[in-house]
Design a binder for this molecule. Structure first.
Ligand code: NOJ
Length: 551
């Protein structure tokens, strides 16, 4: 691919280290136990010191918070729990002043049932123009008492909820692929398309450097709403990855590229089929998309190498940079995952509550950090992973908030365990998450043992996870071969991953059960950074990665 007029090949998102902020849990400025923009603003210097290039915010919009902000009632307003629009604008300016770009989450598949459009649709009744913005249908059965089809919500239970008519009698049903409070929008309706283009402009004009597109492959549905076997879904799928969805992203891409500094389009695309995934990354569509194959991969050298090779191969023909992500707000934290007997992950195989060895998980997480930060492309860091936080699996049921937990009647513990408020400083909860004199406890309980994992405790400890991230991100920035660009595998024994970036950099990750001397994988070298602080030379212990400057 040639460099376009917009400097496509030099675009910042091709190499960026992007930090994900989950606003409810990052830092609480006003003491109500929930994170907010004031809290983020106060911690921007921390992010600058960490060395990230950009921050992605999970939704900060006005929302009843039925799915922690992924149920948006006003895409142009900030939820009062987080702050104000003026504060968001100020935050964007301050971040830019520190050299940090801002990516916001856009949620186009569904809105909140409190969004004015949905409220109007309920009031307007069947066959109204207002209802055509959503998926309202009569029920099946003599009295319409059965849902229009058998589709299931991704959060569990039926994907349909019945409404009452304006006169109080039972009425039509509406589609929601997630919670009932998240009605799906009808992307066949031009008004929906126009609205989201306008929302994008609204935020781009306020300085947002890009958007992360929620549930990017789900927008378009088969209008026939056919039933199908979930175990063996048809191709094309009735609501995942319909061809028409690409039209939407082509329009968005033109919009994003129309800015003097093009805005980034980042897709959340959960698709097992690599070719279909890459189709979203064509030169006139989304710029980059999350690599969930890497996130789900077990901590095994062969499997990782296969995912890395496939990722690179799939991105090359479309000219898009790869992305690497180990954790986010939807999955169990990787310190916990990597300490289990089965280190793989997928959405139907969360293994919450499976026994885990946190010391082993942490050791592997450190090695995984050096591995992923050395891979070609951009990388995502989920808040708290730089502190080595584990998944909190024993949150009392009455404190849980994730709709996934409730819709599966507790069969799926859901995602609260990776959303616990961060520990910043001090010896006891709230660990600086909320200011002194706070009126409420953190919205989910923190672990007492986190006193040793606070940002403050780790900042001065050269062997801490935080120090590892800071040093790795600094080296990553300063080393020309890292970020976007080619990689080359080095010959290495079973269980060892070794590759070079540029002329003078190599990474060696030992996932085998025995020691391995990196000298055997390459020529002379100097150690830049090791995931094991005790390692200085010679045999690299198991579950350790090392960055080398080669001669
Ligand atoms: C994906 C988001 O990452 C997740 O947190 C959310 O619940 C669903 N999309 C629905 O918006």
């Amino acid at each position: 691919m040639s460099d376009s007029g917009s400097g496509e090949l030099r675009a910042w998102w091709r190499s960026a280290a992007i930090y994900q902020i989950y606003p409810r849990s990052f830092a609480d400025g006003d003491g109500d136990g929930v994170g907010d923009l004031a809290g983020v603003r106060a911690r921007l210097p921390y992010l600058a010191e960490l060395g990230v290039d950009a921050v992605w915010f999970s939704p900060w919009y006005a929302s009843p918070q039925a799915d922690a902000g992924y149920d948006v009632s006003d895409y142009r307003a900030i939820d009062p729990v987080f702050g104000t629009l003026a504060e968001a604008e100020q935050l964007i300016r301050e971040a830019h002043g520190l050299g940090i770009r801002i990516i916001i989450d856009v949620v186009p598949n569904h809105c909140s049932d409190q969004h004015p459009w949905f409220r109007e649709a309920i009031e307007a009744g069947p066959s109204s123009a207002a209802r055509d913005l959503f998926w309202f249908r009569p029920g099946r059965g003599p009295g319409g008492e059965l849902p229009p089809n058998g589709w299931q919500s991704i959060f569990g239970g039926p994907a349909w909820t019945r409404t009452n008519n304006p006169d109080g009698t039972p009425g039509e049903w509406y589609l929601h692929l997630f919670a009932a409070e998240q009605p799906d929008l009808n992307w066949e309706n031009p008004k929906v398309r126009e609205e989201f283009e306008d929302v994008l402009r609204f935020w781009f004009d306020r300085g947002a450097d890009g958007v992360r597109i929620d549930s990017a492959a789900l927008l378009v549905k088969d209008g026939e709403l056919p039933d199908f076997d979930e175990a063996e879904p048809p191709v094309p799928h009735p609501y995942t990855d319909r061809d028409e969805v690409h039209e939407v992203y082509r329009t968005w891409r033109a919009l994003a590229d129309s800015y003097p500094e093009p805005r980034a389009l980042i897709g959340e695309v959960w698709l097992p089929d690599a070719q279909r995934f890459a189709a979203y990354l064509r030169p006139d569509e989304i710029h980059t998309a999350f690599n969930f194959a890497f996130l789900g991969c077990p901590w095994e050298a062969d499997a990782l190498r296969e995912v890395i090779d496939e990722t690179v191969a799939v991105h090359a023909p479309v000219g898009a940079p790869a992305t690497w992500v180990l954790s986010n707000h939807d999955v169990p934290r990787h310190v916990t995952r990597y300490g289990r007997a089965d280190t793989s992950f997928n959405l139907d195989h969360r293994q919450l509550g499976a026994p885990t060895d946190l010391a082993l998980g942490t050791r592997r997480a450190r090695a995984a950090t050096l591995l992923s930060l050395a891979l070609p492309g951009s990388v995502y860091i989920y808040q708290g992973e730089e502190l080595g936080l584990e998944e909190i699996e024993d949150i009392p049921d009455e404190l849980r908030q994730d709709p996934m937990f409730f819709r599966t009647h507790g069969a799926n513990l859901g995602r609260d365990g990776c959303r616990v408020p961060l520990p910043w400083e001090g010896d006891e909860s709230p660990f600086g998450f909320s200011p002194p004199g706070a009126t409420s406890e953190p919205w989910l309980p923190q672990r007492e043992s986190w006193r040793t994992l606070t940002a403050q405790a780790q900042a001065t400890d050269p062997s801490s996870m935080l120090s590892l991230y800071r040093r790795a991100l600094k080296i990553r920035r300063e080393t020309p071969g890292l970020g976007d660009g080619p990689m080359r595998w080095l010959a290495a024994p079973d269980g060892v991953l070794a590759f070079t970036r540029g002329d003078r950099f190599a990474v060696v990750a030992n996932l085998s059960g025995k020691g391995f001397d990196p000298a055997e994988a390459g020529a002379d070298h100097r150690i830049l950074l090791s995931s094991d602080p005790a390692y200085t030379a010679g045999e690299l212990p198991p579950d350790t990665a090392v960055w080398l400057e080669t001669a």
